[in-house]
Design a protein around this ligand. Structure first.
Ligand code: FES
Length: 151
């Protein structure tokens, strides 16, 4: 199914109801792992919501991405509690391992690396989240665990 047809089907599933904007975007994100531009324009047209509003909702929530994301999303917490326990070293180690900078996706589209502010489990810091799973008290040595689990 083409992207536009798929997006139309998602929108129809919500009866093209403008109040369902976030649910529609969540479904598109789940399908493509990001929100393609054409998809957002289609949402804007079909739900009769200005594109600027669709974009502002899409950029407000961390769960949404406007850029293609890899199969696995690795988020390193750089909130204060994690930062003072060496989270920056974890980021640098992951950047070297993946050969990308934070915010980027590997060429093979397997991993996206990003940094976030406080995942809400400060006592376990430094924390790395992979596809929703938390790895606490992370060290540069334990990074291999992540890649063994999320190949
Ligand atoms: S600062 Fe990292 S979980 Fe709160």
């Amino acid at each position: 199914m083409t992207m536009i047809r798929k997006v139309k089907a998602i929108i129809d599933g919500y009866n093209a109801e403008p109040a369902q904007l976030i649910s529609v975007l969540q479904d598109i994100q789940a399908e493509y792992r990001y929100l393609p531009r054409e998809a957002m324009l289609e949402v804007s047209r079909r739900l009769e919501i200005p594109a600027s509003r669709v974009y502002s909702v899409a950029t407000f929530f961390r769960a949404f991405s406007l850029k293609p994301r890899g199969k696995h999303l690795i988020s390193v917490c750089l909130g204060t509690a994690c930062h003072v326990r060496g989270a920056q070293r974890i980021v640098e180690s992951l950047e070297r391992h993946l050969d990308v900078r934070a915010g980027e996706t590997t060429d093979d589209m397997r991993y996206t690396l990003e940094t976030v502010n406080c995942l809400g489990a400060c006592a376990l810091g430094p924390i790395v989240e992979v596809d929703g799973e938390y790895f606490g008290q992370m060290t540069t040595r334990k990074i291999g665990q992540i890649f063994r689990k999320y190949k």
